[in-house]
Design a protein around this ligand. Sequence first.
Ligand code: NAP
Length: 450
Amino acid sequence: MLFKSINPFSQDVIAEYESLTISELNKKLRLSEAAFKNWKKTSFQQRADKMRKLAEVLRANKEKLGLLITNEMGKIISESIAEVEKSASNCDYYADYAEEMLKDQYYDTAFKSMSVYDPMGAVFAVMPWNYPFWQVLRYAAPTIMAGNVTLLKHASNVIGCAKAIENAFLEAGFPEGVFQQISIEISQVESVIASHIVQGITLTGSEGAGSSVAGLAGKHIKKSVMELGGSDAFIVLNDANLEKAAEVAAHSRMLNAGQACICAKRFIVIEKVADEFVSLFSKNIQSLKQGNPLEQGIQLGPLARLDLADTLANQLEKSLQQGAKLVLGGAHDNCNFQPTLIDFVSVDSIAFQEETFGPLATVIRAKDENDSVVIANNHRYGLAAAIWTENRENAYKLARKIEAGNVFVNSLVLSDSRIPFGGIKKSGYGRELGTVGIREFMNMKSIVIE
Ligand code: NAP
């Protein structure tokens, strides 16, 4: 099979890549096995030296790598470069803290008893295109610092990024086989999961892909982490700073052209302040400059693929038929989708029920605070949420009631190397980042000595 990288803005085919044959794939699996035998014996210091070098390589090439990201998936160039920098910081973070995070733990028992963390083998990762560097380094830096090795199946529209990441690992001095990208078809995924060298599976992507890969992980009894879709609530209460909320709302929804799992997607606003919020929100969205993602000053690029624009247009059309009111935008030309705002969205409409992956903001009006929490939780996804209120004490109480893996108050929801990240319900299970992230694919072995 031939994978094509298509520039979403120009629609030019920029590269083509052949998928691996069965024998090429088996060779990579054997290389992974050989690499693990040595890598697991290296010290934290040795791993950290290479991981810091990797951060340097990424930073030194951030312009070139940023350009590759923009050309393959269309995000604006400043966001692409920032993504490479954030990925480098994650490498430094785990280089600094992995040893401390994985130190032996002792228990107060009659015998000497402890738990130690052993690496498990190869972690097989299936990753999405929307943050083609960050999603990869987010799992790969802790995995490799912990002594595991990894195989990456990246999304088929960003194989160039996958190859560039592999080259960066090699340039940083990692032995061959510690990090390998494998251009494989979905039909080849099971053979990788089944391989004895693969002991962990991590997938970031849609609910459908997660369901399929989690099923295969279960079939072959392999530990898995699933980072799946979301439809994050952004709750605006009566006492919120509406100006600030509306400004962050536009940023949160339109970041990466609306293609982030933790973009705010459902704006749940108390009726009393809804008109004012919608007016401010609409002005902020209108002021965004859309265009060529390589041009300075452009704030919104194209969607990554034509089929994504068609899906979003379909969701919009159906939601309007279901009674939502169009406030702004709505049209699209190829991958360029106008930033769009719809109001009076009902909880049974498509824009509420499904994840909308693009620049479509959906306002749902709630009667009061309790109603806003009920609406926020009335969803299949539970990735993240934001609450806007000047009453921080109340915000904490509400945050405890929200069914999501992350809740932010008066702030943009973002991932941070130090803070565990992940979802519940159909947004998946397991956590990345922080200390808990590095422990996901370890054998926590208890040893008791009389
Ligand atoms: P996707 O279509 O699920 O693709 C993600 C990855 O899964 C790609 O590598 C894709 O390969 C692969 N894949 C698709 N179907 C598969 C199957 N049946 N078996 C095995 N692999 C399969 O998702 P996407 O459109 O790239 O990404 C957007 C989704 O990811 C959104 O739902 C978003 O919310 C979610 N996401 C979640 C997080 C998080 O941290 N929770 C972060 C980012 C994105 P191909 O490219 O070859 O199809």
